[in-house]
Ligand binder design. Structure first.
Ligand code: 3AL
Length: 174
């Protein structure tokens, strides 16, 4: 789908296709709709990024809390969004040994206990080994630095989801 096709979508169609580029936060693509016509993929990405940056810290944490845990219960019960399911699979989280699942769960809990929001990382850009190492590393950050780091990861996830949508013929979904 090229940018002209994106600009020709109705509001409802746009949300149907781009509604989950930030996990479970359709209000974000809804909010940037006003900036149409977009000049390209980078323009959509920049509007989303600016919108997120304009939020108060509580709003940014709210976005983080919309993300499911990596290797969490939702993965096991099949309750993830399709995007998240594919990303977690790409990082190897669908093939974990029970001992690896327990390790991830306990690290996720420790992280959440420390920061009050879930650990977020762009799974497609990392292996499960990188992710465990990063989680341990990032546990040493202070809350403000960690919030900013996690939001950067949200933007990376968004960039890849947008690319996927633009490269696929998403209008077929309508
Ligand atoms: N917690 C977390 O990082 N979740 C995610 N990361 C990613 O790439 N997709 C997700 O759902």
């Amino acid at each position: 789908m090229d940018i002209n096709a994106v600009n020709a979508l109705s509001y409802g169609e746009f949300l149907e296709i781009f509604g989950n580029v930030i996990e479970k936060c359709p209000i974000i693509p809804a909010a940037i709709w006003i900036h149409r016509p977009f000049t390209g993929l980078a323009d959509i990405e920049a509007h989303i990024s600016d919108f997120i940056d304009s939020l108060p810290e509580s709003g940014k944490e709210g976005i983080l809390r919309c993300h499911p845990d990596l290797a969490g219960r939702e993965l096991q019960s099949g309750a993830l969004t399709r995007d998240s399911q594919e990303e977690q699979r790409a990082a190897g989280f669908t093939d974990l040994q029970p001992v690896e699942v327990s390790r991830m769960r306990s690290l996720n809990s420790e992280y959440k206990e420390r920061f009050g929001f879930p650990f977020v990382i762009c799974a497609r850009l990392n292996t499960k080994r990188d992710i465990t190492r990063e989680l341990l590393d990032r546990l040493g950050n202070d809350r403000a630095a960690e919030r900013a780091r996690a939001i950067d990861e949200v933007k990376k996830i968004c960039a890849l989801r947008l690319r996927n949508l633009m490269l696929s013929d998403s209008t077929n979904k309508l």
